[in-house]
Ligand binder design. Structure first.
Ligand SMILES: Nc1ncnc2c1ncn2[C@@H]1O[C@H](COP(=O)(O)OP(=O)(O)OP(=O)(O)O)[C@@H](O)[C@H]1O
Ligand SMILES: [Mg+2]
Length: 258
């Protein structure tokens, strides 16, 4: 991919990218002329109707798809949580985590404790010995999140990571991811269908439309996350939150219909 003058110091730069699937006979343009920049430490959320190319954009940033045109520039180490958990079924829950830790260079004598600590963070204490196929969909997804965190990525790509979780677990993990981003300065690009989740987590929301997939609106969030409303429940109770969620929901409805 050629570098152009528009390439900057951002963690993620997409400039005029276009992804097509299928052969020459029946090409599908999944995304067309998309440009975005994500700076270090930003928490950017992508929303939009099913099929508008959210997963495609994440796969492009992760390096799993190629753009037919434009610039893709990702400057730091990337961790991915896919829409489906994609665990190794021949490994235990703990084995999935220690595999990632080993690849990240964690010494053998620390693997078990580090894996336990990561599983505790996603609410799976004591599950290390279980088989992945013994877990529920939501539990598997939490293992996938722990596995992504194991490599301490500087850029975290998350594709509807909490969609399969019950409301309480989702809230816990929303807080976990948000405080991780705040504490470590991790850059996050996060996909969701939920206006509520987008406003809760994001510092900026990009709204996509389909046919072909493109970005049609950008909404800065700018909620005061430190003013005694740092937790999810507190933030949700503020008037600013309700207003932004309503505005975003309206823009999302417009993007989906029109
Ligand atoms: N491997 C593929 N081969 C052909 N077409 C594909 C492939 N993957 C995705 N597409 C098409 O590209 C478009 C964008 O798909 P993508 O998965 O990026 O959407 P999405 O916004 O993530 O949707 P959802 O919200 O349902 O997850 C869709 O029209 C889809 O049918
Ligand atoms: Mg998707």
């Amino acid at each position: 991919m050629p570098r152009s003058d528009t390439t900057t110091g951002a963690d993620i730069t997409l400039d005029g990218v276009c992804v097509r699937y299928g052969g020459k006979k029946a090409p599908v343009t999944a995304v067309e002329d998309v440009s975005l920049r994500v700076e270090t430490g930003e928490f950017v959320v992508l929303v939009g109707p099913s099929g508008c190319g959210k997963t495609t954009l994440l796969r492009l940033v992760a390096g799993f798809e190629r753009s037919a045109r434009g610039v893709v520039d990702v400057r730091r180490s990337v961790g991915v949580v896919f829409q489906q958990p994609r665990l190794f079924p021949w490994r235990t829950v703990g084995g999935n985590i220690t595999f990632a830790l080993t690849r990240h260079g964690v010494p053998r004598d620390q693997l078990r404790a580090r894996a336990e600590a990561l599983l505790a963070r996603v609410g799976l204490t004591g599950m290390a010995g279980r088989r992945t196929w013994e877990l529920s969909g939501g539990q598997q997804q939490r293992v996938a999140i722990a596995r992504a965190l194991a490599t301490e990525p500087q850029v975290l790509l998350m594709d509807e990571p909490f969609a399969a979780l019950d409301a309480l677990t989702r809230e816990r993990l929303q807080e976990e991811v948000r405080s991780l981003a705040d504490a470590t300065g991790t850059t996050v690009l996060f996909v969701t269908h939920s206006a509520e989740e987008a406003v809760l987590l994001g510092s900026r929301v990009l709204v996509m439309a389909a046919g072909p997939g493109r970005i049609v609106a950008e909404i800065p969030v700018g909620l005061d996350r430190d003013a005694g409303a740092a937790d999810v429940a507190g933030l949700r109770a503020t008037p600013d939150f309700s207003r932004l969620r309503g505005e975003l929901a309206d823009v999302m409805r417009e993007a989906a219909t029109g």
